[in-house]
Structures are given as C-alpha cells and as structure tokens.
Design a binder for this molecule. Structure first.
Ligand code: HEM
Length: 224
C-alpha cells in the first residue's frame, strides 16, 4: 500500500497533481480571457470594469483566489520536482541514443523552461495589476481603475514585448499541458483522444493570441 506521502511524491502522483492543478489553472484562464476581452467590445471600458469589480469584491471569488494561489504554488513546486527528477534520469546516461524529435516535440521537452518563462511573466504581471490593486483595497478600501492602469502600463514598448513573449511561452506550455493533463487522467478511445488533441491545440493558440492582443491594442491605440 502506498502512503499518502508516496501518492504525492511518486512519479505518477506528481503527474496527477500537475494534471489537476493544470486543468484548474486552465479554467482560470478561460474566465480571465473572457472578462478581459470585454475591452474589445463597444463600451468595453465599462464592461471590463464591471467584471473586474465583481471579481475583486465578492466573497466567492475572493475565496477562489486563495485556491488559485495554492493551485499555482502546487503546480510550480511539483513541476520543478518533476523537471529535476527527469533531468537527473537523463544525465545518468541510461539512454544511449537521444531520441530528439522522433518521440517528442521540443516544447514537450522544454516544459520546465517554458514554465519558468511563464512564471517570470506572472511575477511581472501580478506586480503590474493584482498586487497594487489588492494593496490599495487593503490600505484605502478603494479599487484601482484597472482599465486606466492597463492603458498606462501598455504605453511602454518593452512591457508590451515582454507580455507578447509571455503569451508565446504560455501557448507552447499549453499545447503540451492541455493534452498531457488528459493523458495522465486516462482518455479512452482514439476518437476521444483526437478531439482532446484538437481542442487543446485550438485553445492554446486562441487564448494566448487574445491575451497578446490586449497590450498591443492599447499600445497601438486600437482602443483608448
Ligand atoms: C496579456 C494580457 C493580460 C492582461 C491585459 C491581463 C490583465 C490582468 C488584470 C488587469 C488583472 C488584475 C485583476 C485584479 O486585480 O482584480 C490580472 C490579474 C491576474 N492575471 Fe492577468 N492579464 C493578462 C494575461 C494573463 C495571463 C497570460 C495569465 C496567466 C498565465 C494571467 C494571470 C493573472 C493572475 C494569476 C492574476 C491575479 C488573479 C486574481 O485576480 O485573482 N494574466 N490580469
């Protein structure tokens, strides 16, 4: 019998944690991109601010926010552990031949690197919006005008480029992550697998493009 500790620390246990937390983070991205994409609609500013106000002030989403932080931490810690475990196995020289592209794509072998770039993006991103907003709420009880904050933040071309690079890394991280999350959970028939594969690819392209268009739209004054 496996102990609880072994469930989490075994290779399969780690992959299960990655898969559950990954799917949870994907569901966050769906809500995040949906709410933020309101900026592209007529009256986008009002629509976006109403959504941000709702998400930032009601009890349910504030509790979910704690879950989100825990989800990110588990995903990052387990990811780093899987990555170091796999690189140890590789450097032990047990495989005489490097399979290269024959058995996996470069982005599947670079999940640690892509994840690290997404993490660096997240540190920058939360210090742009989330941290100042929560700090302001805590100190003055008032929310920041996040629309105005985005408009100003995205006047800086370096920031815009870093956001776009973050979105590209996220896209490749998701292409592998989306499919392998379902693979870890067991996917059933071949037809089902193809549907998940294709849904994953479309998701991983559409969502990061929508995100990347946001800083770009402010920078190029497509929206004011
Ligand atoms: C590229 C376009 C993006 C824009 C314009 C954007 C904008 C924002 C804004 C305005 C907030 C503040 C919400 C608040 O303080 O209530 C926020 C929060 C957040 N964003 Fe983004 N975001 C983008 C992409 C992303 C991506 C790609 C990720 C994840 C990989 C992400 C993860 C987060 C997280 C974790 C938070 C804090 C969550 C929370 O409010 O509880 N964002 N974002």
């Amino acid at each position: 019998m496996m102990t609880w500790k072994q469930h989490f620390t075994s290779s399969v246990g780690k992959k299960l944690v990655m898969s559950f937390t990954g799917l949870f983070l994907i569901s966050f991205l769906v809500i995040h991109v949906y709410l933020n994409a309101q900026i592209f609609l007529p009256d986008g500013k009002e629509k976006f601010l109403a959504g941000a106000h709702f998400m930032g002030t009601n009890a349910v989403t504030r509790i979910l926010e704690v879950g989100l932080v825990i989800g990110f931490l588990l995903h990052i810690i387990q990811g780093l552990m899987l990555w170091s475990q796999n690189s140890k196995k590789r450097s032990a020289g047990r495989y005489a031949v490097k399979a290269g592209n024959a058995t996996s794509k470069w982005y599947s072998r670079s999940m640690g690197l892509l994840g690290t770039i997404v993490l660096l993006f997240l540190i920058m991103h939360t210090s742009h919006f989330w941290i100042p907003n929560r700090a302001n709420q805590f100190i003055t009880g008032e929310e920041i005008d996040l629309y105005e904050k985005m408009r100003i933040t995205f006047q800086n071309p370096v920031v815009v480029v870093l956001y776009i690079l973050g979105c590209i890394s996220l896209a490749f991280h998701l292409v592998h992550g989306f499919y392998s999350a379902f693979q870890t959970l067991g996917m059933g028939t071949a037809r089902y697998k193809a549907i998940i594969r294709n849904t994953g690819i479309v998701f991983s392209i559409v969502v990061p493009i929508l995100f990347a268009l946001m800083p770009l739209a402010f920078y190029l004054h497509w929206i004011e």
